[in-house]
Design a protein around this ligand. Structure first.
Ligand code: ZN
Length: 226
């Protein structure tokens, strides 16, 4: 695995299902099996977001730093970026957005999902926790996945808040391949990658990279069945 594939600077490992949606070529088959099983239960398991490139994650990061894209807090309230110190901005962004180079979406093994059947025609997907919790439109599918996803190799790395990344009940990961990426993504490789990138608050990030690595990158759930 090259550093480019690991950090989203190449999409060689990606199979494109449509112009905007791609996942790792080895995840296609297990994903289709999981979708077929979900379909039998009346769910339309759909990808909201699969592979995301380094460039795309970098654009999100830089816009949030500049106040051009809203940063939300744990209560889903917008944060005033101009009232924060640079270190506080980095922390606030990391609660919901991965550091470019460290997003599991670079790998194509991780998928943000929703149930297309449960959205009315005039309803727009928000990708917010309430949609996946009690009585939310995707609650039933989420419950089904919690029971069955593991037998297809998928699990929820952001199942709950652990003091780093907020819970992301929509985020599934294909364990057999993601595990290989996880092992490869060392702090040193990430440092080299970010050092060369045109990323806002780079000095703050590099200075605190050890803390960030442990609080936001490795501090996740693991597949019990792996
Ligand atoms: Zn995600």
């Amino acid at each position: 695995m090259t550093i480019e594939i690991l950090t989203g600077q190449s999409d060689q490992h990606i199979h494109w299902l449509s112009a905007n949606t791609g996942i790792h070529q080895e995840v296609i088959e297990p994903w289709q099996k999981l979708c077929a099983a979900a379909d039998k239960q009346g769910f339309n398991l759909t990808i909201a977001s699969g592979f995301r490139s380094f460039e795309r994650q970098l654009a999100i990061w830089n816009k949030k730093c500049l106040g051009q894209l809203v940063i939300k807090d744990m209560n889903n309230k917008p944060v005033d970026v101009f009232s924060l110190s640079d270190d506080e901005i980095v922390q606030a962004i990391l609660t919901f957005s991965a550091l470019p180079g460290a997003s599991r979406h670079h790998w194509g093994t991780d998928i943000d999902f929703y149930d297309k059947n449960a959205l009315a025609d005039d309803q727009k997907l928000q990708l917010e926790p309430w949609e996946y919790q009690d009585n939310g439109p995707f609650f039933a599918l989420t419950q089904w996945l919690k029971q069955h996803a593991a037998s297809y190799g998928f699990y929820f790395p952001y199942d709950k808040y652990r003091g780093g990344i907020a819970a992301e009940p929509w985020h599934l990961s294909y364990f057999p391949i993601a595990e290989k990426f996880e092992t490869q993504l060392t702090q040193e490789k990430l440092y080299d990658c970010l050092q060369k990138a045109d990323i806002k608050l780079r000095a703050n990030i590099l200075m605190k990279l050890a803390e960030i690595y442990h609080q936001y990158i490795t501090n996740i759930g693991h597949n019990d069945h792996g």
